[in-house]
Design a protein around this ligand. Structure first.
Ligand code: SAM
Length: 376
């Protein structure tokens, strides 16, 4: 074992030196999983949980316990901290790490997360699996109390972004293709799936805060109860998305049927179902922006500041971002103007954290094209 410091906690993890593959540390080979690359995810989550102040925190897939332990130490001393992992070596390591950080009242389980989630309820539940969170959606939404929060990490970007289309169909029950703005559409497919699963329990979810980083999506969602709320959310926010392969025009569409592009008449490529509503709760986002500077000890503080600055600006636009480099190549515009000049030309527009060549605006396709072309 090796002791590492992350945030304000010290955690024992399997010594990375013993799990090197071709000179590189591969966390998936270690007997208990710890990935330093996920520090950014945990740092941001610490800020979110500090604003939520839940009575109970359940870290259902804990591995070393680092996530739940950090929430308890850095965010908020919840009345109950529950940590779980089905791997017995992990559960033993969690015991050590909890003690080492002076936490007395944690409950540690060594169960299948789904079994545990049908036994207990919690106000905040964290689902941080290997790959897809789908096997845990139903049980975690079921276990979240009314108006509680469920948080998901999804590292299976290849189905969500349309690279593994059959896997997307299987896991997310959605038709998918790789499109120009798939980085954002993948997150929307994930949220759409969670809404459909929650609806079977007469519950629904609304994003509180969500983002894409490195190789994963992260979503914090508020869980509401009631068949009517579930129906309303489905009717209003579950639709399909079409992109024209010829001219790059994008729009949400009601159904997955053959539709022609209103700009050039080409058949749309349609994906979905997916969630078309806001990716953040604006009030919560404002609270995040007002609070994050209290966390300037975090190692990813600068990156958090950058991400929140972009999200603050892009969150006001309802449309999916346009990927300017993809659009330019469809339009055979060879020299892509700098993003900043396009933003200036559009006036009411912003960058997006989803892609460096993306712009977000509620101005129409024609306006965007005019700016892309006029700046050539
Ligand atoms: N949350 C941890 C962190 O931030 O470092 C990482 C969790 S790791 C990605 C996923 C963990 O889930 C592994 O420790 C694995 O043993 C555990 N796991 C996988 N399937 C499980 C299941 N069905 N029930 C409980 N634990 C499970």
């Amino acid at each position: 074992l090796k002791e590492v410091t992350e945030g304000k906690v010290r955690i024992f993890v399997p010594d990375p030196k013993e799990y090197m593959i071709e000179g590189k540390f591969d966390p998936s080979w270690a007997p208990v999983f710890y990935n330093p690359k996920m520090t950014f995810n945990r740092d941001l989550s610490v800020i979110v949980v500090s604003l939520l102040k839940p009575k109970i925190i359940l870290d259902a897939l804990s591995a070393t316990g680092i996530r739940g332990i950090r929430y308890y130490v850095e965010s908020w001393k919840s009345e109950q901290l529950i940590l779980n992992d089905k791997n017995s070596t992990a559960a033993s390591l969690i015991q050590i790490n909890v003690k080492n950080n002076g936490i007395e009242n944690a409950k540690i389980y060594n169960k299948d997360a789904n079994a545990l989630l049908y036994e207990i309820k919690s106000e905040y539940i964290d689902i941080d699996p290997f790959g897809s969170p789908v096997p845990f959606i139903l049980s975690s939404v079921n276990a979240t109390i009314r108006n509680g929060i469920v948080a998901f990490t999804a590292t299976d970007l290849s189905p969500l972004e349309g690279s593994s289309r059959t896997s997307c169909r299987r896991k997310y029950d959605a038709i998918n293709y790789k499109l120009s703005s798939s980085k954002e559409l993948g997150l929307r497919i994930l949220i759409g799936k969670i809404i459909r699963e929650a609806a079977t329990l007469e519950k629904t979810v609304h994003p509180l805060f969500s983002f894409y980083a490195d190789y994963y999506y992260r979503l914090f969602a508020i869980v509401e109860s009631g068949a009517r709320k579930a129906d309303e959310n489905i009717n209003k926010n579950l639709k399909y998305f079409g992109e024209c392969p010829r001219c790059g025009f994008q729009t949400f569409v009601d159904e997955n049927c053959k539709t022609k592009c209103p700009i050039c008449g080409e058949n749309f490529i349609i994906i979905g179902p997916l969630y078309i509503g806001p990716l953040h709760n604006m009030e919560f986002l404002k609270r995040m922006i007002d609070t994050y500077s209290d966390f300037n000890y975090l190692s990813s503080f600068n990156r958090i500041q950058k991400l929140l600055n972009v999200i603050e600006k892009e969150a006001k636009y309802k449309s999916v971002f346009y990927n300017i480099s993809k659009l330019a190549s469809k339009l055979k515009v060879s020299a892509i103007p700098p993003i900043d000049s396009i933003l200036e030309c559009l006036g009411d527009a912003s960058k997006t954290h989803f892609a460096p060549t993306g712009i977000r605006t509620d101005k129409g396709y024609e306006e965007i094209i005019r700016c892309v072309k006029s700046l050539r």
